[in-house]
Design a protein around this ligand. Structure first.
Ligand code: PLP
Length: 476
């Protein structure tokens, strides 16, 4: 057998595949009890050296799988409380494997006859919970960053006064968008990619709750118009990344309508609140948005990088990229089943199965339960921190994101920043908890995103004890 024939041989695949599933299942059982480190920290140079040695060493597939797991960040660990990435549901891991096996690029119906029908069904599911009507439609794309860029390209084409896609940005017109100063950096990046420069992004200051201050919208708008700018869109956070603040989407909707702007809701993280009976009021007004994005890998627990981009008026989605590609499409008609006409990607990863299968096997309840549990937990943690004079919270949590810090009498602001930074680093190196940090108003805060439905209030109490212990050891 040639090396290539050997590599394609189904017999090895069957054997290794069974081994792999067993290894992952063992891992899921083990990680759940929280005894292993969240991440076994080692210096990047040491890791590089190890993998270099491994590359040329003999190891069985089983040892290889176990080594990979050992040296990974463990999202399923109940003490994983770091960035906004959900532990994937086992169902989505299996869908991901099947999709990888078939590798049907989902851009063209001919190449993947299951994707477009499934995506249409999944989009109808999103539309229903957003509160859109029958005209809504959209598609899945690879991540919130790309989804925001795609939505803003549509916005410019629809509201940018002319055929901006073909004619570019006329020099006499400075096109611009309005967005909260708390927006994710990818919104900035999208504006720059569109060639609008610094002047193309107008930041709305936030109020004490890190929400865009809606009392300033008119003034900001009028000032920009007086400077000769042409505003075509306003972007609302649902919710913001650093503290999880929800902008007033109803007010944004009314403002957009008044000035004939495109209203885009960035719900990459917190858009999934549409599924929570208890918390859907946080996204009141989301149905007024012309476009909404929601990440699957954040609050919907998918294994793959999946973002839904849903348009209130599905027809708008065909206006983003006015293009001909003779070898792909026979015409430029609006065909719901040929997704490349509307998506950035050409070869598009077929990710819909992960969400379709969750909806089929568990229904909306699984998303409701997840959002509700993790949002509840952040509120409970916030109460516990406020009851302890050693700690301070930066904000009341609206989502499952909470920023807080340890205080110590007689310390200067700089010393407090140093203390909180050192504590975080120590936690990272010990591997007992994984949390992150952020800077708010020149102060360093510890930041948790409670992404794991196995995290409990008892574990959060343990985290507080651990932080106090480290603070004592540091002898600050
Ligand atoms: C995470 C996030 C993004 C970026 O999404 P990716 O899927 O990581 O590309 C955009 N906006 C908000 C509000 C986010 O929280």
């Amino acid at each position: 057998m040639s090396e290539l024939q050997k590599a394609f041989n189904p017999k090895d695949f069957r054997k290794n595949g069974h081994q792999l599933i067993d290894t992952i299942a063992d891992y899921l059982e083990e990680v759940n009890d929280g005894k292993m480190p969240v991440m076994a920290w080692r210096h990047p140079d040491e890791a590089l050296e190890d993998w270099n040695q491994h590359l040329t060493s003999d190891s069985s597939p089983e040892d290889f799988y176990k080594k990979i797991i050992k040296h990974s960040m463990h999202l399923h660990h109940p003490k994983y409380m770091g960035h906004q990435v959900a532990p994937p549901l086992p169902d989505t891991m299996l869908s991901g494997l099947l999709v990888s096996a078939l590798k049907n690029g989902s851009g063209l119906y001919e190449m993947s006859p299951l994707s477009a029908p499934m995506e249409k069904i999944v989009m109808d599911f999103f539309s229903k919970y957003i509160g859109y009507g029958n005209e809504a439609s959209g598609f899945l794309t690879s991540g919130g960053t790309l989804a925001n860029l795609t939505a803003l390209l549509t916005a410019r084409q629809v509201k940018g006064f002319g055929d901006r896609w073909n004619e570019g940005n006329p020099e006499e017109k400075q096109l611009a968008i309005m967005v909260s100063e708390e927006a994710h950096y990818c919104v900035d990046r999208a504006v720059k990619i569109m060639g609008l420069g610094n002047a193309g992004i107008i930041k709305i200051p936030t109020n004490g709750k890190s929400q865009a201050d809606i009392s300033q919208l008119e003034e900001i708008y009028n000032n920009a118009i007086a400077e000769g700018k042409t505003i075509f869109a306003i972007v609302g956070n649902a919710c913001s990344t650093s503290v999880g603040a929800y902008d007033n989407l109803e007010a944004f909707g009314a403002f957009a309508q008044k000035h004939n702007l495109w209203f885009h809701a960035d719900g990459a993280h917190g858009g999934a609140a549409i599924f929570s009976k208890k918390y859907k009021s946080l996204v009141k007004g989301i149905e007024l948005a012309d476009s909404v994005i929601i990440d699957g890998h954040k609050m919907m627990m998918t294994a793959g990088l999946i973002t839904a981009l849903i348009y209130k008026n599905g027809k708008d989605s065909y206006r983003t990229f006015h293009q001909k590609a003779d070898y792909l499409w026979e015409n430029s008609e609006e065909e719901w089943f040929n997704l490349t006409k509307r998506t950035f990607e050409c070869t598009k990863f077929n990710s819909v199965l992960e969400i379709y299968s969750l909806i089929k096997n568990y229904g909306v309840e699984i998303f409701d339960e997840y959002v509700t549990y993790t949002y509840d937990l952040a509120r409970a943690f916030s109460k516990m921190l406020q009851a302890d004079p050693n700690f301070e919270i930066a904000h009341e949590p609206e989502a499952n994101i909470l920023c807080f810090r340890i205080l110590k009498n007689g310390k200067t602001p700089t010393e407090l920043n140093e203390l909180n930074t050192k504590i975080r680093k120590q936690l990272l190196h010990d591997g007992k908890f994984y949390i992150v940090q952020t800077m708010l108003n020149d102060s360093i805060y510890l930041r948790v995103t409670l992404m794991n439905s196995f995290s409990t209030i008892e574990l959060l109490e343990e985290l507080m004890d651990e932080i106090l212990n480290i603070s004592k050891q540091l002898d600050f």
